[in-house]
Design a binder for this molecule. Sequence first.
Ligand code: GRF
Length: 210
Amino acid sequence: MQEKPRLIVLISGSGSNLQALIDAVQDGIMDAEIALVVSNRRTAYGLQRADQVGIETFYFPFKPYRIAGQSREQYDADLAMKLGEYKPHLIILAGWMHVLSSTFLNQFPGQVINLHPALPGQFDGVGAIQRAYEAYQTGEVDHTGIMVHYAVPEVDAGPVVVQRTMHFLEGESLEDFEMRMHTAEHGLIVEATQCVLDAGRIYPRSLEEK
Ligand code: GRF
């Protein structure tokens, strides 16, 4: 029996993108297993979403490291150690609001993907959706988009797995635009995950070696 690819999802907030992945697995759309959900924020509702379906969770805040005067690299190294125990095939950053350094990324080469609500090279960092909306209001841009890319130490950069252009609607409120963007994200994160897993199947070594 072929083992299912093991996914680990990292979140910091409501986890609606995590929910999209959970639903895709439960609906049989994605043949994978979410082995662990990690959050750096205790109040992240995504932890409850995982609990509701029996997925193991791991709350791992940076604050104790900061209070102890320890570096982000130490945090990243410890996080990598913990996740390595699960032998993940793919780590998905779904609204994870902590920039992971090469200390972490080097432990999982080609196995970490990140969802970002903008197109490559545009609006990287936080508040991307609102910044794009404002740039449209001032005529700076006539479209924006969403992408899932391989994570690299540089924020919201890295080779793109899949991206989708999103056009603005005249007179649309920011709230409605955000809703449309999040709905599009939910589809894209499943599509991107499936795409990476399928690629892995083409080169089974990368899936089997762990
Ligand atoms: C998403 O818009 C994601 O692209 C951004 O943070 C949001 C996370 O939403 N980085 P959720 O926690 O998945 O609902």
